[in-house]
Design a protein around this ligand. Structure first.
Ligand SMILES: [Zn+2]
Length: 100
């Protein structure tokens, strides 16, 4: 799930695990689980989860591994960024501001 976290006087967007609720602060430690789709234009809600036990529980919520697919969180975020039209230059501008 996406939340905002209070940091100083700022509200910072973060992705939290839909299973344990804690912040996924490393994209390489996260997975995005979805229901297997049957054809073009089919959609599925997604669950964000830590890899490992949380990932397994997320798959179980959609009926188990046979009925689900998943993406690496890092890849998922790259696709989301591309599919929402965020220009790469906007991300490069943020790169120096690690205290978001
Ligand atoms: Zn978790």
């Amino acid at each position: 799930m996406i939340k905002v976290m209070s940091k100083g006087h700022r509200s910072v967007p973060v992705i939290c695990c839909d299973v344990c609720g804690s912040w996924i602060d490393d994209a390489d430690a996260g997975a995005v689980v979805f229901r297997k789709m049957t054809g073009d234009d089919d959609t599925s809600e997604v669950l964000h989860a830590h890899k490992g036990r949380c990932h397994v529980v997320a798959e179980e919520r959609f009926g188990g591994q046979v009925k689900t697919g998943w993406h690496e969180l890092r890849q998922h975020l790259q696709f989301l960024t591309f599919n929402t039209g965020v220009p790469p230059a906007a991300l490069q501008k943020m790169d120096g501001d690690r205290e978001l």
